[in-house]
Design a protein around this ligand. Structure first.
Ligand SMILES: Cc1cc2nc3c(=O)[nH]c(=O)nc-3n(C[C@H](O)[C@H](O)[C@H](O)COP(=O)(O)O)c2cc1C
Length: 291
């Protein structure tokens, strides 16, 4: 009875902490970061309209004017690729509204049909991915990891908001704290030889509670694409569970200098697999069904 009450109390603590985070994000709507997310969402909505061959001009009038104004205000704070994207989309939107007869054109930088990757290699890579719990020196350099992360940034994210951050945790104090506070490190060897990544969800991107899962999904996609790419560069990975513990999450924000709307979802270890040791190959069922 006592343990049931204890777990119920823990359940509510987690529930409340998670909701506080969510509502901090929603309250921050006026904040610069939340504005940036909304701006990106609206640019994306305009772009989708422009690419629709059946699109009727005019469209998007409820938010296009605000998007233009926000873009002017926040353009200098946007990453360059996003600022360029905004320039193109808004210019095309203006042009098509000035001249509705202009044909819908695919942007020149998108290959149609898509260049198909070599499926046999992809399939082999999928089948070979496995969690590594035994690492050997040397730990991969942060710059090498950053390069792979940059190459794998092309993930789908809801309305192209990219509601996630990836921290390459290099400072020993931060790294040790993260490892000490994740609870899944038993049966590992050579952890000192791996690089630690923390995947962080940003709830400032969520403008409705129903979409709270979006930043977490972004972290999942980004990490898995990275894990596969790292494997093709001879590196092995293992996810580390990061449980929702309100106090630890609060401490992580202080230590990693995260705003109130951001939370760690999981860590990923990356390094060189010790060839003498393995954690085995977990069979997969696939869980596929036709309905
Ligand atoms: C979100 C997530 C959290 C995980 N946390 C841990 C962990 O804390 N410790 C660990 O040893 N493995 C962890 N794993 C790895 C899983 O145990 C592993 O993926 C699963 O057993 C299947 O094995 P495979 O990755 O080798 O196919 C985690 C995986 C995921 C996706």
């Amino acid at each position: 009875m006592f343990s049931k009450l204890k777990s119920l109390r823990e359940y509510f603590r987690v529930f409340l902490a998670d909701n506080r985070l969510l509502f901090a994000g929603i309250r921050q709507r006026r904040g610069a970061k939340a504005k940036e997310y909304l701006l990106r969402r609206n640019i994306h909505r305009l772009e989708k309209g422009l690419r629709n061959p059946e699109c009727r001009i005019p469209f998007g009038q409820a938010y296009a004017g605000q998007t233009e104004r926000d873009f002017e205000t926040y353009r200098s704070q946007l990453p360059p690729a996003i600022a360029d994207w905004g320039d193109h989309v808004l210019a095309e939107y203006r042009q098509r509204h000035a001249n509705p007869e202009l044909p819908v054109e695919a942007p020149a930088d998108v290959a149609i049909p898509l260049d198909a990757p070599d499926y046999a290699s992809l399939r082999a890579a999928f089948a070979q991915r496995t969690s590594c719990r035994h690492f050997i020196a040397p730990a991969p350099a942060g710059d090498a990891i950053a390069e792979i992360l940059h190459d794998t940034r092309h993930i789908p994210t809801s309305c192209n908001r990219e509601a996630y951050r990836i921290l390459i945790v290099e400072t020993p104090e931060k790294r040790n704290w993260l490892l000490a506070n994740s609870i899944g490190l038993t049966n590992f060897t050579g952890v000192e030889h791996c690089t630690v990544l923390a995947f962080v969800a940003d709830l400032a991107a969520v403008n409705h509670p129903r979409d709270r899962h979006v930043p977490v999904m972004d972290c999942s996609f980004a990490s898995l694409l990275f894990a596969l790419a790292a494997q093709s560069r001879g590196l092995a990975t293992c996810y580390l569970n990061w449980p929702i513990r309100p106090n630890t999450d609060r401490q992580s924000r202080v230590l990693l200098n995260l705003p109130a709307t951001q939370k760690i979802v999981f860590c990923l270890l990356v390094g060189h697999q010790n060839p003498a040791l393995s954690s085995g190959k977990s069979p997969k069922s696939g869980r596929i069904c036709k309905v």
